[in-house]
Unconditional design. Structure first.
Length: 359
C-alpha cells in the first residue's frame, strides 16, 4: 500500500504531532492502511519518534514478516502495562485515539488503563485526510479488484437466464470472484430481479428471473485490502419502452457526473450533475440516494457525492458514480462505475460494458 518511493503516512503523522502527543490506533482498517498489515486485535502507537505495532501470539510472526513502516513489532501480552510503558518512556502526557471506529467500551477501557490523558477528537480527521488521496499503489490495488469484478460480470452474463434465482446469481458471482483472485468480497452481494430491483439495497431471494425482468447486480471484490464496487443492470428476454427510457436516463445521468468530476469542484456539484438529468426527465422523486461515495480500504469512505456535502474533490480521490431510478413495485435501474479524480477531470477505473444488454 505505502511504497518506499511514496510518502510514508506514519511519518506524516509523526511530523504533525505536537510535544507530548501521540496516537493510539486500534481499528483493523486504519492499522492496515498505516502498516499494510491486517490484524483483528492489536494496537499501533505512534509518537513523534517511533511507531510500535502490538500484535498477540496469533499474529506476531506474520506481523514481523509483513508489517511496514513500524519501528518496533511488540508481542502483546498485557496491554495496560505495555502501552503505559511506551507512552511513559516517550514522555507522552496526552494521547489521541480514534473516535468513529472505537467503541465506547474500548475508549473507556483505554481511559481507565492509561496514566496519561486520553482524547478522541483528533486521530480520525488526521488519518481520514491521508486515506482520502490514493497513492498509485493503492489505485493499482483498486483496479486489480475491479478487474476481478469485471470478469465476474462477463461470466454472469452466460449464467443469467429465465428460471435462475436471485440467490443463485449472487452465489455464482461470489464464487467466481473468490475463485479468481479476490481475498474477500467487498460487501454482501446484491442481485435482484423484476420488481425487486426497485429496492436500492434489497436482499436477494429465491425469486426466479422471468422474461422481461431487469436484473440488477451490485457487488465487488477485495485485493490486498482494497475494494472495488460496481453495479450493472441487464434485461432478460425483452425490454419494454419504459424500461429503455429509464435505463437511458440513468446512463445519461451517470455520464453527466463523469463529465463533471474533477479536482476543485464540490461533491455537491458532482451529485447535482447527475441529479439534474434525472429530475429533468421527470424522475427526480425516484432517485433516492446520493450519487456516489469514496472507496478504498473501506467500501464506504470519504468523500461522498451527496447533495449535502460541501467537500471539495481532490486529485487522487476514488469515488463511485452510481445514480439510479427506482419505481416502487415496478422496477429500478442503477449503473455504477468508479472514478479516479485528476486535476482536469477523472479516469474511469471501470471497463465493463454499460449499454443496455438484453440476454
Amino acid at each position: 500500500m505505502i511504497m518506499a518511493e511514496e510518502i510514508n503516512s506514519i511519518s506524516v503523522l509523526k511530523s504533525g504531532l505536537q510535544k507530548f502527543e501521540a496516537y493510539i490506533v486500534s481499528s483493523t482498517e486504519n492499522i492496515r492502511y498505516l502498516t499494510d498489515f491486517s490484524l483483528d486485535d492489536g494496537y499501533l502507537i505512534i509518537t513523534d519518534k517511533k511507531a510500535y505495532l502490538f500484535a498477540d501470539g496469533r499474529y506476531i510472526e506474520a506481523a514481523e514478516n509483513e508489517a511496514k513502516n513500524c519501528d518496533e513489532i511488540v508481542l502483546l501480552k498485557k496491554a495496560s502495562e505495555q502501552l503505559n510503558e511506551i507512552l511513559k518512556n516517550a514522555g507522552v502526557s496526552r494521547v489521541y485515539t480514534e473516535g468513529e471506529k472505537l467503541s465506547v467500551a474500548d475508549f473507556q477501557s483505554l481511559k481507565k488503563w492509561l496514566e496519561c490523558e486520553v482524547k478522541s477528537e483528533k486521530t480520525d480527521d488526521e488519518i481520514k485526510a491521508l486515506r482520502r488521496v490514493k497513492s498509485q499503489e493503492e489505485k493499482s490495488r483498486i483496479i486489480a479488484a475491479q478487474r476481478i469484478a469485471e470478469r465476474a460480470f462477463e461470466h454472469i452474463l452466460t449464467f443469467i437466464r429465465e428460471g435462475v434465482t436471485e440467490n443463485e446469481i449472487r452465489l455464482e458471482l461470489e464464487y467466481f470472484m473468490l475463485k479468481n483472485g479476490a481475498e474477500d468480497l467487498s460487501f454482501k452481494t446484491i442481485a435482484l430481479s423484476g420488481r425487486n430491483t426497485s429496492m436500492p439495497h434489497g436482499v436477494p431471494t429465491d425469486k426466479k428471473v422471468e422474461k422481461g425482468d431487469f436484473v440488477t447486480m451490485d457487488y465487488g471484490a477485495m485485493v490486498k485490502g482494497y475494494h472495488s464496487d460496481m453495479t450493472r443492470t441487464v434485461a432478460v428476454g425483452f425490454v419494454r419502452e419504459k424500461q429503455i427510457e429509464i435505463y437511458n436516463t440513468v446512463l445519461a445521468a451517470q455520464q453527466a457526473c463523469y463529465e463533471a468530476v474533477k479536482a476543485g469542484i464540490s461533491c455537491k456539484d458532482a451529485d447535482a450533475a447527475a441529479r439534474q438529468v434525472i429530475e429533468e426527465a421527470g424522475y427526480g422523486q425516484f432517485f433516492t440516494h446520493s450519487t456516489g461515495h469514496g472507496v478504498g480500504i473501506d467500501i464506504h469512505e470519504a468523500p461522498n457525492l451527496s447533495p449535502r456535502s460541501e467537500l471539495i474533490l481532490k486529485a487522487g480521490d476514488v469515488v463511485t458514480d452510481e445514480p439510479g431510478i427506482y419505481i416502487p413495485g415496478v422496477f429500478g435501474v442503477r449503473i455504477e462505475d468508479m472514478l479516479y479524480v485528476t486535476e482536469d477531470g477523472c479516469e474511469n477505473l471501470t471497463k465493463a460494458e454499460k449499454s443496455l444488454i438484453v440476454l
